[in-house]
Ligand binder design. Structure first.
Ligand SMILES: [Zn+2]
Length: 274
């Protein structure tokens, strides 16, 4: 599990509310952060001087990423996040466990604790635009350019793929991941392994409607109940199909868990036929 668009929007907004105008004066990389650096997901060991003592001028979300821009045009990119950010006020103490902390000149801090991995990368504008993932992020379901016409075009570009993977091509549809895809496919009654070429026009329309319905609801509810915001509060969106779901809420059949394309899918074999 990790941050998908509802969680990204909430945390990005909280960062914007708290961090605009602040300067990072120090960055602590604990022992635990070494695995992220070793995996090439963070360059904060080498590039922190590019953002230190420089006011943050802009913070914005896109897909599964949050971008912090500094006055010198450098960017701190957080993306593909499985973990937890915490905002710590001046008089509060840091959490017991964290991988990386950013200290601000006013005494406040932002910490990140990884549960698996995340990108925490410093980049110039050019480096961002050339970044393998951050440089090419498609429309996400909360954006006005994510229309039915656009969605149908993405499907027709990916007819040979199973629907589960077609919904998770971040440079075409951004911000969806395994967790919300499980709920979207349940809502639309589609088995995750169905090939796009096998889907009828009605099924394609239904998937689009389900994406909008599920994501709009999750955004309004402040993201998933399984993820935390900067203040340690979880969202209020309860996942429909996850490890805690034993019976289908539509027909009562036992929910099946299966590893499909590298992550756990939860589906009902009666309501989501292959
Ligand atoms: Zn069912």
């Amino acid at each position: 599990m990790g941050f998908e668009i509802p969680e990204i929007l909430k945390i990005s907004q909280q960062m914007e509310d708290k961090l605009i105008g602040k300067k990072i004066i120090d960055i602590t990389l604990t022992e635990h952060s070494k695995s992220i650096i070793k995996q090439g997901m963070s360059n904060l060991d080498k590039r922190q001087n590019d953002i230190l003592n420089m006011p943050i001028t802009k913070i914005f979300p896109k897909g599964k990423w949050i971008f912090l821009e500094f006055q010198n045009n450098n960017i701190l990119m957080f993306g593909e996040i499985i973990g937890k950010f915490s905002y710590i006020e001046k008089e509060e103490s840091l959490p017991l466990k964290y991988h990386i902390s950013f200290q601000f000149e006013d005494g406040s801090a932002l910490t990140f604790q990884s549960s698996l991995y995340a990108f925490l990368t410093v980049a110039t504008r050019d480096e961002k635009s050339q970044h393998r993932y951050a440089g090419n992020i498609g429309p996400s379901p909360n954006e006005s350019n994510f229309s039915l016409g656009y969605f149908l075009q993405v499907l027709s570009n990916n007819e040979k793929k199973p629907i589960k993977s077609a919904l998770n091509i971040q440079d075409q549809i951004s911000g969806l991941g395994n967790a919300y895809i499980n709920d979207i496919l349940f809502e639309s009654g589609i088995h995750p392994k169905r090939k796009v070429s096998d889907l009828s026009q009605v099924e394609r329309d239904n998937i689009f409607d389900s994406i909008i319905k599920i994501i709009t609801s999750a955004i309004q509810l402040g993201g998933s109940a399984d993820e935390f915001d900067l203040y340690g509060n979880s969202g209020k969106y309860s996942r429909i199909m996850d490890k805690n779901t034993s019976l289908c809420r539509k027909c009562g059949e036992k929910v099946i868990k299966e590893n499909i394309l590298g992550s756990s899918s939860y589906f009902c074999s009666k309501c989501q036929k292959l």
